[in-house]
Design a protein around this ligand. Structure first.
Ligand code: 6PG
Length: 468
């Protein structure tokens, strides 16, 4: 029997769809799942010539593959990845390639790279973005790790990846060791920031301006046809459109307002703190998800605590136009923070990240895909060493020209008592970044006052302490 060219371990929806995608591209795929019945059910539902081979033990899986073996793990990030690797290893040979396609913590990927390379295996940790649909029809793939393994995977991954409007595949080698998973984590951090800003805009439009869910759907659809065109704006108008068949109400109105999270946004913020990179809006998004989870306390608090009684009383159309500009500026600022973090991490971890390439492979397939990414790619093309998007003429102008609207929208949120933490954090990032003298001089003085921590002076070299 013909040997499979690729294997997938873990047949959740992502694993199944990726297996189908790769098989559809002409590469026979062996599949394995810990619970045998899942494999049986999956394979039973496929035509015989689909090119997917069910296997029911790791020995069988290893035997079914051509060498060097290429085995991709699509299992839950964390201990399950180590457990599968440990169970597989006795059946593998040096030179075989293991790929972790889950949302793994990049430091786990760093560790696994060292452990596996010591034993002669090649390891790739790859981000795969795009959800179920992406996995099936073309995700954005962010592989990091062994260069030799990448060479052996390139054709297959290129075939399976999403293609941008210009035909370019949304996959490329990101960098050594944990670079692929690191970049995917930051992708998710940006994803959190954009989702939170969209949610705040929804709150302003709905609770603040009184737009109905159907009006919101029309508005977001209109926005998706312009500069805000992106997957997240597109799914938002589709969500607003959806009516619950049981109640006849908009489904979104019936969903509990507690945002869950698996951890990648939090990891982005935690790592940004570790590296000393400002990620205001990602942090605000993580914190906003946390407070959303405190539903029972919020319910008690609402009955006890009054906010402003003010209602919106301006020009509704003008405010909607301002909100659109504010969102666009906020999204640029979220990308500026994400790419700024990547810049710092690239140096810290010797990842040698190519920002233009990262923007390029985020243009399609992934959750944060947006027309804007094409412009970001062009900005890094103009200046590959660009340390912050705000230093690019076009992006600076795009935010500067909308800053009045961003400020206006935030002021209105504050007046109405509607939390606009992510939008205002984006503005605070912008204002801090463009300000030469921040009030940190006072913080230094305070630190020196109570702890003799010393300070530096503007007018002379050295380190100083004052008996305050
Ligand atoms: C993607 C998504 C995907 C997943 C998120 C959800 O790029 O395809 O980001 O990885 O849907 O991890 O994350 P939370 O559960 O933390 O929102």
């Amino acid at each position: 029997m013909e040997k499979a060219k690729f294997a997938i371990v873990g047949l959740g929806v992502m694993g199944q769809n990726l297996a189908l995608n790769i098989a559809n591209n002409g590469y026979p795929v062996a599949v394995f799942n810990r619970t045998e019945s899942v494999t049986r059910q999956f394979v039973a539902g496929l035509p015989a010539d689909q090119g997917i081979i069910g296997t029911y033990s790791y020995v069988e899986l290893a035997d079914s593959l051509e060498k060097p073996r290429r085995i991709m793990l699509m299992v839950k990030a964390g201990p399950a990845v180590d457990a599968v690797i440990a169970a597989l290893k006795p059946h593998l040979e040096p030179g075989d390639i293991l790929i972790d396609g889950g949302n793994s913590y990049f430091e786990d990927t760093e560790r696994r790279t060292v452990e596996l390379e010591k034993e002669g295996f090649l390891f790739i940790g790859t981000g795969v973005s795009g959800g179920e649909e992406g996995a099936l029809h073309g995700p954005s793939i962010m592989p990091g790790g062994s260069v030799d393994a990448w060479a052996a995977l390139k054709d297959m991954f290129t075939a399976a990846a999403a293609k941008a409007y210009d035909g370019e595949p949304c996959v490329d080698y990101i960098g050594p060791r944990g670079a692929g998973h690191y970049v995917k984590t930051v992708h998710n951090g940006i994803e959190y920031a954009i989702m939170q800003m969209i949610a705040e805009v929804y709150d302003l439009l709905n609770r603040g301006l009184g737009l109905s869910t159907m009006e919101l759907s029309e508005l977001f659809k209109e926005w998706d046809a312009g500069e805000l065109a992106s997957y997240l704006v597109e799914i938002t108008y589709k969500i607003f459109e959806k009516v619950d068949p049981e109640t006849g109400k908009p489904l979104v109105d019936l969903i509990v307002d507690e945002a869950q999270q698996k951890g990648t946004g939090k990891w982005t913020s935690q790592n940004a703190f570790d590296l000393g990179a400002p990620t205001h809006t990602i942090n605000a998004a993580v914190t906003s998800r946390i407070i959303s989870g405190m539903k029972s306390q919020r319910t008690v608090a609402q009955a006890l605590i009054d906010g402003p009684s003010e209602k919106f009383s301006g020009d509704r159309e003008a405010m909607i136009a301002a909100i659109k500009n504010a969102l666009y500026a906020g999204i640029i600022l979220a990308y500026a923070q994400g790419f700024g973090l990547l810049h710092v991490a690239s140096e810290e971890y010797d990842y040698d990240l190519d920002m233009q390439m990262i923007a390029k492979i985020w243009r399609a397939g992934c959750i944060i895909r947006a027309d804007l990414l094409d412009d970001i790619m062009k900005a890094f093309d103009r200046d590959p060493g660009l340390v912050n998007l705000l230093l690019d003429d076009d992006f600076r102008e795009a935010v500067v020209s909308r800053q009045g609207d961003l400020r206006h929208v935030i002021i209105n949120g504050i007046k109405l008592g509607i939390p606009v933490y992510a939008l205002s954090s984006a503005l605070a990032y912008f204002d801090a970044y463009r300000t030469e003298r921040l009030p940190a001089n006072l913080i230094q003085a305070q630190r020196d006052y109570f702890g003799a921590h010393t300070y530096r002076r503007l007018d002379k070299e050295g380190s100083f302490h004052t008996d305050w």
